[in-house]
Design a protein around this ligand. Structure first.
Ligand code: ASP
Length: 276
């Protein structure tokens, strides 16, 4: 997950989708049938325009298709066959579905099936691996690799974009929080938020919208609002988010073991972290 101040977030999500180390695009985790069903969402906080896609199996950059839904259709959300047909009509890059099935994700699916679990992107680390020590120290086992970016430009415009393969061993046809406006993705004039974690928990808590609502209706700062939602509204081990406000405040709280995250600003400040 990334937060950019004075940056172009949508293009960053494409880059992350192309990197097989993240749970989106090429690195998407697998359904219980060993297939890939990718989803993505983008929202412009100034116009409140948004676009979302689900159930993609051939589209190289789901986030680009979500953007086309936003820009070129009268709708917000396209899924499965209709979304794939729209991708072809728009001429976006598509490939054979096997392109997205990586050996790492076959292993993750095997682990999840063995444990009989539907889980956040996670490979059981070997003994002695720092990830295992961190997981134990934090009392949980989840790290999250969905990709998301929030951005604020020099005119004060906010935007949010999120892309994911979903949960390992999810049912075919399952839709998570990522493409649901107000759950995994949201932007308005107060803030832009992109969430990751267990989709069902994030949808129930309307995580992204809740952060914006606490700022608007309760006057909380971005940091206070996001901390409240992550600590009080979602059970431990289930969620994290990146967010930026209209005045450039950035926050990246999570209640999972770790969250891959980074932040960059125009004046040269940058930070990258995984653990607390
Ligand atoms: N939130 C995503 C989902 O539930 C998964 C993730 O963030 O890792 O589909």
């Amino acid at each position: 997950m990334c937060a950019f101040v004075f940056w172009e977030g949508g293009y960053q999500v494409r880059e992350l989708e192309n990197d097989p180390n993240f749970n989106a695009g090429r690195g998407s985790v697998l359904t219980s049938q060993g297939t890939v069903e990718m989803e993505a969402c983008i929202m412009d906080g100034t116009t409140m325009k948004c676009g979302a896609v689900s159930g993609l199996s051939t589209v190289v950059n789901a986030i680009s298709l979500a953007r086309l839904v936003m820009e070129k259709t009268p709708h917000i959300y396209l899924a499965f066959d209709g979304a794939e047909a729209f991708a072809r009509e728009q001429g976006v890059e598509t490939v054979d579905p096997n392109h997205f099935v990586t050996p790492e994700n076959i292993e993750r699916l095997e682990q999840a099936k063995e444990a009989n679990r539907v889980q956040i992107d996670f490979t059981q680390p070997a003994k002695g691996d720092i990830r295992k020590e961190n997981a134990e120290a934090n009392g949980g086992d989840s790290q999250i690799g969905t990709v998301g970016c929030v951005a604020l430009d020099s005119h004060g415009n906010l935007a949010s974009a999120t892309s994911t393969g979903g949960l390992v061993n999810k049912m075919v046809g399952r839709i998570g929080d990522t493409p649901v406006i107000g759950a995994g993705t949201y932007a308005n004039s107060y803030c832009a938020v992109s969430a990751t974690g267990k989709g069902e928990a994030i949808i129930k808590a309307t995580v992204a919208r809740e952060v914006a609502a606490l700022m608007e209706y309760k006057g909380l700062s971005l940091k206070e609002a996001a901390a409240y939602v992550i600590e009080e509204k979602v059970a431990k081990g289930n969620a994290g988010l990146v967010a930026v406000s209209a005045n450039g405040e950035v926050t990246m709280p999570f209640n999972t073991t770790g969250m891959f995250r980074a932040c960059a600003t125009e004046d040269g400040h940058s930070e990258i972290s995984i653990w607390n």
